[in-house]
Every structure is written in structure tokens, then in C-alpha cells.
Design a protein around this ligand. Structure first.
Ligand code: KMH
Ligand code: ZN
Length: 281
């Protein structure tokens, strides 16, 4: 059996901002480019190797402004070694055309959600034709996708996508299980194990639990040999009755647990090998 690069360690992705929270409600949410880069640097220092990026405009609201996306990719590349992943999910209100245009900012990686899901009181729309278009454009641009899975049936769609349209850019399949969204799969060990039965052969996975499912999902993912995503996009509660101080606090906790599991945080260069992302130079 061959061992995949990075199998001895843990990829920690930080998702620092998201599109759902209001800066007015969460004052420590990084929303300006300066705040985002500062967060990225802090998180890299304590163990993150990839950053999943949603950006905000001057009004602090989510935006998919192409120039701002390009500036963000450039700043993160200049000031960190992190693998830069842009969200093509955006906010539930973003049109497909804007979400596809995100790829023109040429990140290392981009998210690609594998189906439509109820998202609290909203709907996160990901039509089949749209998913195929994202996959194809990422192949053309050599942007490595991370397939976001909100529900188990989306893993069947992923198999169909790969069967009908070929492997992703970089040749390796990596999925992120986003668990505990109201409307998606629950965030617990049982569901994580069920998801792993449906993951394509040879794929790697990371997992994140929304809100209070953050810790059970983190423990289950580590126990199952998976990687971790943490950050204020997914939870702003650190412990019962205690708000998250900043994203680095969440990354540091994940890094500590990964070390205890004897699978320490992977540096960005090893994560590039693992995911098939071309080297920074
Ligand atoms: N903000 C959610 C509607 C992604 O980044 O690709 C979608 C999301 C997934 O966050
Ligand atoms: Zn996201």
C-alpha cells in the first residue's frame, strides 16, 4: 500500500469569516483586508495551512467583487504561505454568474458544493449544471477544488461528477464534510462514519461541525484519520457560555488535539503535495 503525502499529519483549514454573521453582532469577525491578513498570519503561526475565504465590502457585508477578490488573493500570497481557497458558495443570495466569476481571481483552491441544501430558513442553491460548470472551469484554470458536502446524497453526486467529467485539477479528490447545518446532515460521529463509507476511493477528507457540533465533529474526524476545518465561519462559541476570542484560538485548539492524536499540523508545503496544489513558486 502506498502512503499519500501528508498522511502522518493533519491539514488544518481556517474559515475565518463566512457570509452569514454580522460584524455588528460579532465585532471580532475579520472583515477588512487588513483584518483578514492579520488573522491569516496569526492562524498560520499556530498551525493552519489553508484558508477558506469569504470577503466583505466596505459596508462589512459579503461581496464577490472580483477586484477585491484578486487583491485578497495577492495579499494572502504575499504575507502568508497558506493555501488560498476562495469560496464559490458566497452568500445564499449570490447569483450563479457572480459565484462562477470568483474563479477569475485565480486562487490555489476553491470550494465546490455538491448539491442544494436547506440552510436554516434559506436555501443554498447548487444546481447540477452549475456544479458541473464549476468543476470544468476549475479544471481549465488548474484550480484545485474542495468538494463541500452538506448531506450524504451529495457524495453520490460527487461520484457521478467524477465519473462523467473526470478527476479534478491536481488529480486528487479532497472533500470537506460540513456537518450540523440546520437542513443538512447532523454533526455527530455516527453520521461522519456513514459519510466515509460513501467517499470516493483514494479521497481525503476534512470535517467541520457548525455551532455546538464543532467539538464532536473534530474528535470524530481525528479518530477517523481525517483533516480539520475550524473558524468563526462555523462557530463563534469556544465553550459553553464562552465566545470565541479570535480565529487563532480555534486553530490552536485544533492543532493541540491533532498533536495529541499523533497527527500534528501539516505545513502548507506538505498540504500542497497532499492536495495537488502547485507550489507557491
Ligand atoms: N455561505 C454558505 C451559503 C462555501 O463557502 O463554499 C455557503 C458556504 C459554502 O459557505
Ligand atoms: Zn464558506
Amino acid at each position: 500500500m502506498t502512503t499519500r503525502p501528508g498522511a502522518h499529519g493533519t491539514l488544518i483549514t481556517v474559515a475565518p469569516t463566512g457570509a452569514e454573521l454580522d460584524k455588528a453582532d460579532v465585532p471580532n469577525l475579520p472583515v477588512t483586508l487588513e483584518e483578514l491578513v492579520g488573522t491569516a498570519r496569526d492562524c498560520e503561526r499556530v498551525g493552519a495551512a489553508m484558508i477558506h475565504v469569504h470577503i466583505r465590502g466596505a459596508d462589512t457585508k459579503p461581496t464577490l467583487d472580483l477586484q477585491l477578490l484578486k487583491d485578497t488573493v495577492a495579499a494572502l500570497r504575499e504575507q502568508t504561505d497558506l493555501v488560498v481557497q476562495l469560496s464559490t458558495g458566497g452568500a445564499v443570495t449570490d447569483p450563479e454568474s457572480d459565484r462562477l466569476r470568483v474563479l477569475d481571481a485565480m486562487p490555489d483552491s476553491a470550494s465546490c458544493t455538491m448539491g442544494t441544501v436547506n440552510f436554516g430558513d434559506d436555501v443554498f442553491l447548487n444546481r447540477w449544471e452549475f456544479v458541473v460548470e464549476l468543476h470544468k472551469r476549475m479544471r481549465e484554470r488548474r484550480i484545485v477544488p474542495e468538494y463541500e458536502i452538506f448531506d450524504l446524497g451529495q457524495l453520490a453526486s460527487l461520484r457521478r461528477l467524477l465519473d462523467e467529467h473526470g478527476p479534478p485539477a491536481g488529480g486528487h479528490v479532497h472533500v470537506d464534510l460540513v456537518m450540523g447545518v440546520p437542513g443538512g446532515m447532523p454533526g455527530d460521529a455516527e453520521t461522519l462514519v456513514a459519510a466515509l463509507r460513501a467517499i470516493p476511493d483514494g479521497a481525503t477528507f476534512s470535517a467541520t461541525g457548525i455551532g455546538r457540533t464543532s467539538l464532536p465533529v473534530m474528535f470524530a474526524a481525528l479518530a477517523a484519520g481525517g483533516h480539520l476545518r475550524v473558524g468563526m465561519e462555523d462557530t463563534v462559541s469556544y465553550a459553553r457560555g464562552e465566545r470565541v476570542k479570535d480565529n487563532a484560538q480555534l486553530v490552536a485548539r485544533a492543532a493541540g488535539l491533532a498533536r495529541i492524536a499523533q497527527r500534528p499540523p501539516l505545513p502548507p508545503a506538505e498540504v500542497r503535495d497532499l492536495l495537488g496544489v502547485s507550489s507557491k513558486d
